[in-house]
Design a protein around this ligand. Structure first.
Ligand code: NDP
Length: 306
């Protein structure tokens, strides 16, 4: 029987693992089949404190994992996807296909997946001009003083466009409807920003370039007029999906599927959640890591009292 099972392999999961291991709980970690989380899909991370020149996202995650392996035996890190959990009984059950692992507590840190557009060229230029995180990538030299496009009409899209306006020469905000969904204050900020041009009723249908993205083809969905926009960057801000497929129905989530937490505690004592799977506001590596620490400390408190 396990004291703590951690599910995930991003900054939240590994930070929780470091704290739990140092508290002598010998956690078992299901890292998933693809380890490292969203940071491994980005290039340089320049907003994680402590690295004056930034750090490659994959390297940061490799380092975090190595730090965990200094504290835990290799056998405690399992590269499998959790398929189901059962929180109706105690000890809780964690399923990996037919295998069942029993545990007194679970820390869920499975993150969220940025939604991508399914367009020709979308995969070719992923990380070569196309990104889903302006905060992570917007500062890169390939976007400096260049025209860029952001797709989406929510708060994230507005925030990304505003953030990018500090570096780019121009930003096209491509919105598929005739209005923004974002909060009024964000809309006002975007409307006031001279570098941002909002293209309503606009959908992106293709990404083009050579080695890097150079343009996108857009279509006006009212009159079907197509045109090319020369842009060196395309940023998706069309929402994230929290990775919660394996949860049972006991764990409360909000309308978008994010796990509801209070200081990382879910509605079920002994089940904790940290990182992007419970955070649809900040979604930063540093906030994920910090909430991983919180989840481990809350979990320790819980284990001391059962
Ligand atoms: P939202 O779900 O609010 O918005 C997603 C946007 O993407 C919508 O405009 C939607 O269009 C558009 N979209 C979705 N799919 C496609 C597609 N295939 N093609 C083109 N456009 C598409 O997500 P956000 O990430 O913006 O926000 C999520 C939550 O986080 C919200 O509650 C938001 O308020 C919050 N948030 C708050 C922030 C803040 O307070 N500073 C910052 C960022 C997020 P349509 O409107 O047509 O459906």
């Amino acid at each position: 029987m396990n004291s703590i099972i951690i599910i995930g392999s991003g900054p939240a999961a590994y930070t929780a693992a470091i704290y739990a291991a140092r508290a002598n709980y010998n956690p078992l970690i299901f890292e998933g089949e693809i380890i490292g989380g969203q940071l491994t899909t980005t290039t340089i991370v320049e907003n994680y404190p402590g690295f004056e020149d930034g750090i490659d996202g994959k390297l940061l995650m490799d380092n975090l994992r190595k730090q965990v392996l200094k504290l835990l035996d290799n056998s405690r890190l399992i590269q499998e996807n959790v398929t189901r959990i059962n929180t109706s009984i105690f000890p809780f059950e964690v399923f990996v296909n037919e295998d069942i692992y029993k545990t007194c507590s679970i820390i869920i840190a499975t993150g969220a997946t940025a939604k991508k557009l399914d367009i020709p060229g979308g995969e070719t230029y992923w990380n070569k001009g196309i990104s889903a995180c302006a905060v992570c990538d917007g500062f890169l030299p390939i976007f400096r003083n260049k025209p860029l496009a952001v797709v989406g009409g929510g708060d994230s899209a507005c925030e990304e466009a505003l953030h990018l306006s500090k570096f780019a020469s121009k930003i096209y905000l491509c919105v598929r409807k005739n209005c923004l969904r974002a909060s009024k204050i964000m809309q006002q900020r975007v409307l006031k920003n001279e570098k941002i041009e909002i293209l309503f009723n606009t959908e992106i249908i293709e990404a083009l370039g050579d080695k890097k993205l150079q343009s996108i083809q857009i279509i006006n969905n009212l009159n079907n007029f197509k045109e090319y926009l020369n842009v060196n960057g395309l940023f998706y801000a069309i929402g994230h999906s929290p990775n919660i497929d394996f949860l049972d129905s006991n764990i409360l989530c909000d309308a978008n599927g994010y796990i509801l937490t209070t200081n990382t505690k879910t509605n079920i004592p002994g089940i904790f959640a940290c990182g992007d799977v419970q955070d649809n506001i900040y979604r930063q590596a540093i906030t994920a890591a910090a909430s991983g620490c919180m989840a481990a400390l809350e979990c320790e408190k819980y284990l001391e009292n059962i």
